[in-house]
Design a binder for this molecule. Sequence first.
Ligand SMILES: Nc1ncnc2c1ncn2[C@@H]1O[C@H](COP(=O)(O)OP(=O)(O)O)[C@@H](O)[C@H]1O
Ligand SMILES: [Mg+2]
Length: 270
Amino acid sequence: MLTVSGLTTEFRTRVSGVRAIEDISFDVPQGVAVGLVGETGSGKSVTIRSILGLLPATGKVIGGSAEFDGVDLIRANRSQLRSIRGRRIGFVAQNPFGSLNPILSIEKQFANVIRAHRTMSKADVRAVALERLESVQVRGPERVLRGYAHELSGGMAQRVVIALAMLHDPPLVIADEPTTALDVTVQRQILDLIDGQISAGNRSLLLVTHDLGVVAQYCQRVVVMKSGSVVETGAVADVFGDPRHPYTKQLLAAVPPAPWSRAAKEVTGA
Ligand SMILES: Nc1ncnc2c1ncn2[C@@H]1O[C@H](COP(=O)(O)OP(=O)(O)O)[C@@H](O)[C@H]1O
Ligand SMILES: [Mg+2]
């Protein structure tokens, strides 16, 4: 479905290029959820943004490819990329308020996303938007449609972003730390929502997170990044059961023990 190979990206400074990621390779197969994990600054977002053509002006992919639907996204032109993003790849970023337009009503944003790829009457846009808001469990969808992003809680705003990302039923969804900016109480709900939308459509998911527990619960495969490189990749059960790289071992050791493991130790005296 998505095959990333040898991806290398630099940021330009006054004097030279600074390499942010180097020789990144992994695939996201059809119908599979892949977790991309690594500490802050390891290059997860740069990887995603390189694939999606969303790097800031100072960033440049200097090598490698990202094949999707038979197209190399790195070499695709702007209009090809725009058509693939949204229609074939849904993107959910970390901060929902950065993804939503603050000065357009939510209804207008649904209309814009729908009309980017097909023509539809105002009444039909409204009907589709209401149905989609209901599918992401937004309460009072009529009121939300008339309103603006700043009137929403973080969790509700991220639900709206997810509904917008899913509008064209993309076969691949890429989510970059979709819950990091949200209240802990809603983080699981949002992950469950994404997981439900993915499973229901037999879609593929590339889920960026720094939380190995999230990978264990929601993903079948994992790609571990450190300092701009991939250090380990494989099936979640294999990598977590028998980590090869010292960094993966260290990440796993840092996961707080599940409450039941402490109880079990007390019972057995271990
Ligand atoms: N706009 C930028 N300009 C210069 N360097 C950047 C920029 N964005 C990211 N980087 C560099 O790329 C590295 C990886 O960043 P990032 O992909 O955002 O990490 P992660 O998402 O894993 O926390 C950072 O260490 C940073 O030095
Ligand atoms: Mg990031």
